[in-house]
Write a protein that binds this ligand. Sequence first.
Ligand code: FAD
Length: 406
Amino acid sequence: FALNKKHPEPRMFTPHAELKSSYDVVIIGGGGHGLAAAYYLAREHGITNVCVLEKGYIGGGNTGRNTTIIRSNYLTPEGVQFYDESVRLWQDLSQDFDLNLFYANRGHFTLAHTDAALRTMRWRAEVNKHYGVASEVVGPEVVKEAAPMIDITCGGHAPILGALYHAPGSVARHDAVAWGYGRGADQRGVEIHQQTEVLGIDVQGGKVKGVQTSRGYIATGKVLCAVAGSTPRILKMVDIKSPIYIHPLQAMVSEPVKPWLDPILVSGSLHVYISQSARGELVMGASLDPYELHGTRSTLDFVEGLTTHMLEMFPFLSNVKVMRQWAGMADMTPDFAPVMGKTPVEGFYLDSGWGTWGFKATPVCGKTMAHTVATDTTHPLITGFSLDRFRNYALTGEKGAASVGH
Ligand code: FAD
């Protein structure tokens, strides 16, 4: 037996034994956002002397823990245009990467169980249509037609009165997104260093000079922070205050069952969202845990609460087993919009405030942050998400479109 040792290329990434002493750009965080920024820095700006530092393994943060819902039916003009651009980018990504992301366009229903919820949906539908995003309010009969197994009265507790239907709503395989961006960046010369934690940031005279890591010091003039649930820790290193706070967000999957659910369903009132993955598992999530915690433990309380509401919608699932549960650390903002762009520290750029809604934004974040870092000019699509909006009382209020319904 002869082992084939002649693979011409590494299967995914080139391993690098050593860190260089300096890079043009250091990206902290090997989640989808950090890797996407590295990819577009190399592909669109020709900046390849870049390293991505990841304290664990790539995609091991919220990128590999989310429920993969992709949509653009937000509430504010800033949000709708930004996420719409992301949805456009998603559609070509498998092709771009030559890697199957299992991107599946399913259609997305946000269910309304009250008149107040219907009113917000009409508002969202009008804003969406104004910006050319397919979004419309539909009656309960359309929901029943799309998901025939649903109990439209939800056990008689919370009858479905209508829904916001968003045809572009999709799901994708989340870890493949990190691998695709990582491999694409690697092929263009970016270095990815896993098991490498940033412990400090060297700022002198208000400018970034380097980063201290668990494997030594790196000199650099530009640092992009893309660490989601660890954002407050990194911001402490550069002495920047932000209103970001961390809450756990949990999710779970069932055992695989035959395909029976095509669309993605979200109920803000029952705190449930559900889709069926390509391999038949029901992917289910709920709202945030109601307390601040920097940790990823998952609870029995969560499973009990979520399954109760699931059974109100789909009583026939009572014998289906829950297979896995987990949590991520959601970096929440007071207005439920992200925090992106330049900061008061020269050379320190921020991609954060991704709370429960940042997976769908991965491609557009990569593109807009790469532009911002490369040119030191804020990309026009992210001006509404600047950190100083909190000081200027100019919030971008997305709560009506961001909470529960990813
Ligand atoms: P991450 O993927 O968390 O990557 C950050 C990385 O930084 C981590 O890998 C971490 O290890 C690393 N890091 C941290 N500190 C350091 C350090 N000091 N040095 C080096 N590396 C460091 N969004 C949607 O759009 N749709 C959804 O359906 C959806 N569902 C969700 C469900 C759950 C349960 C959760 C938790 C989140 C959900 N989200 C969803 C949100 C989405 O997952 C995140 O907003 C998004 O993945 C953030 O990506 P990221 O690359 O910024 O962060």
